[in-house]
Design a protein around this ligand. Structure first.
Ligand code: AHR
Length: 497
């Protein structure tokens, strides 16, 4: 197929907020125990953190990590996870049917963040608890000294406050599976009061209101409008969550899910702006896409109820998952003006790009690579190219462009990167890229993932699916011609020479 991409510096969507490359660690399965924390592991440091995991997290260049949940947070007593480890209680976690030993808690996570070059996005429990416990946690974590909770932190051995800037007001509070699930009005009131008290405790923090738990949620739309109407003045972001799967083995429809994602993002922006208009407010609410990924491979996997850190949600990702993850990232960048935060759910073992064996090795899942590329090279401003390419129809969608693409432009370093997915399983694409006002820019790296079967996966002894470098594409008077393989992920990096 032939396709054309036109790019100019004026096609600016917005500044890319680096927090769009966030991730997520929940007390769930082997994300914490056997994932980031395993004191007996050969690579564990003095704090019990697996350094092989930290090294890979650094490669992903993740600027924020949401913690400690997820569904888990809606029953969590944060006080259980601080102070001397031997005094911490073991609790039944009703969200995931396991036992939480509380060997790892807030201070351990904050220490881990420092070592992994990342920051914490903290979630508070607005399910079984409320504004009081939330504001106490802000005081414990962020207040310097001279108050009961700050002094307790100091007594626990942490003299300096951690200064957590970003706080989630609960998790998926519309979901019937959520401990303490609420109606939109109940939640709006709870979130407003919690946010108010938390900000009175520390005026420098930002808060995220829970949006719907997915676009398929029965109350989607109405939930956002009602809760935003109540809490608008106190909160800064509204959350979106979405996972996709391909249980019917329908790859064209699976890869077309980004059209639905686009619609989801657009409608949430519309609801935010409708409430803004209604209130004649000067404040704009931005989006925090704080859970997203492919999730379905591990559905129905058995586990032992009330056991400690059993394997849960351990999806092994295949090649087509990597293409969808790449396309989802492209979609987020297309809305860089409004999406300021996004968290790939999750980071290690639980629906994650990094997979470990407890007591053993580690490997990079297929989805690791597109995330790594976009997180490392997708900096500066997002440029939305004009794309003209053939389209396809499939079972669930019509007019799906085969080529999905976005560019990032780093003005300071005079670098521009084009990310591109070819969703055609059979046809390569001769991409004619018109670089408009990028005169003097030349390609210096062209990375692809292609040539794999859609079901190909990686394993501990088999890092099979991985990117490779290509010959540099040909430049001809401001036009770049690139041959894109069928069913592929591509990264073309240019700089001014
Ligand atoms: O990420 C796994 C789970 O998915 C989270 O705990 C919950 O918020 C969502 O439903």
């Amino acid at each position: 197929m032939k396709a054309k991409i036109t790019l100019a510096k004026e096609f600016k969507v917005g500044e890319i907020d680096k927090r769009i490359y966030g991730s997520f660690i929940e007390h769930l399965g082997r994300a914490v125990y056997g994932g980031i924390y395993e004191p007996d592991h050969a690579t564990a440091d003095e704090d019990g953190f697996r350094t092989d995991v930290i090294d890979m997290v650094k490669e992903l260049n993740v600027p924020i990590v949401r913690y400690p949940g997820g569904n888990f947070v809606s029953g969590y007593n944060w006080e259980d996870g601080v102070g001397a480890v031997e005094n911490r209680p073991k609790r039944l976690d009703l969200a995931w049917g396991t036992t939480e030993p509380n060997y790892f808690g807030t201070n351990e996570f904050m220490k881990w963040c420092k070592k992994a070059n990342t920051e914490c996005m903290m979630a508070v429990n607005l399910g079984t608890r409320g504004a009081e416990e939330a504001r106490n946690l802000v005081e414990y974590v962020n207040h310097k000294d001279g108050s009961a909770w700050a002094d307790l932190r100091k007594a626990h051995g942490y003299d300096e406050p951690w200064n957590v800037k970003l706080w989630c007001l609960g998790n998926e509070m519309d979901g019937r599976w959520q401990m303490g699930a609420k109606t939109a009005t109940e939640y709006g009131r709870t979130a407003l009061e919690a946010s108010k008290l938390m900000k009175w405790t520390d005026g420098s923090i930002e808060t995220v209101l829970c949006g719907s738990s997915s676009r398929n949620s029965p109350t989607f739309g109405e939930w956002e409008a009602t809760s935003l109407d109540i809490a608008y003045d106190s909160i800064d972001y509204v959350s979106l969550h979405q996972y996709y799967g391909n249980p019917d083995d329908d790859t064209p429809s699976f890869l077309a899910r980004t059209l639905e994602l686009e619609e989801f993002i657009y409608t949430v922006i519309c609801v935010c702006d409708y409430i803004k208009a209604k209130k004649r407010s000067k404040k704009t609410i931005n989006l925090s896409f704080d859970e997203w990924n492919v999730w379905y491979h591990s559905d129905n996997a058995p586990y032992e109820r009330w056991s400690m850190a059993p394997p849960r949600l351990e999806d092994i990702y295949n090649f087509e998952d990597a293409l969808l993850v790449g396309s989802m990232l492209i979609t987020f960048l297309r809305h860089a003006d409004r999406i300021k935060i996004a968290c790939l759910a999750q980071l290690v073992n639980v629906i994650a790009p990094i997979f470990t064996k407890t007591g053993g090795g580690i490997f990079k899942q297929t989805i690791f690579y597109p995330f790594e590329h976009v997180s490392n090279f997708g900096r500066g401003v997002a440029l939305n190219p004009i794309i003209s390419c053939p389209k396809y129809d499939c079972k669930e969608f019509t007019d799906v462009p085969y080529i999905d693409s976005i560019a990032s432009y780093d003005e300071e370093n005079e670098e521009m990167t084009i990310f591109c997915v070819n969703k055609s399983m059979d046809d390569d694409a001769i991409l004619d890229i018109n670089l408009m006002d990028f005169s003097g820019y030349k390609p210096f790296e062209f990375i692809s993932m292609d040539g794999y079967d859609k079901n190909d996966v990686n394993g501990f002894d088999n890092p099979f699916v991985k990117p490779h470098k290509n010959e540099l594409p040909v430049m001809d008077s401001g036009n770049l011609t690139v041959n894109i393989k069928p069913f592929s992920w591509n990264v073309i990096r240019l700089r001014k020479s």
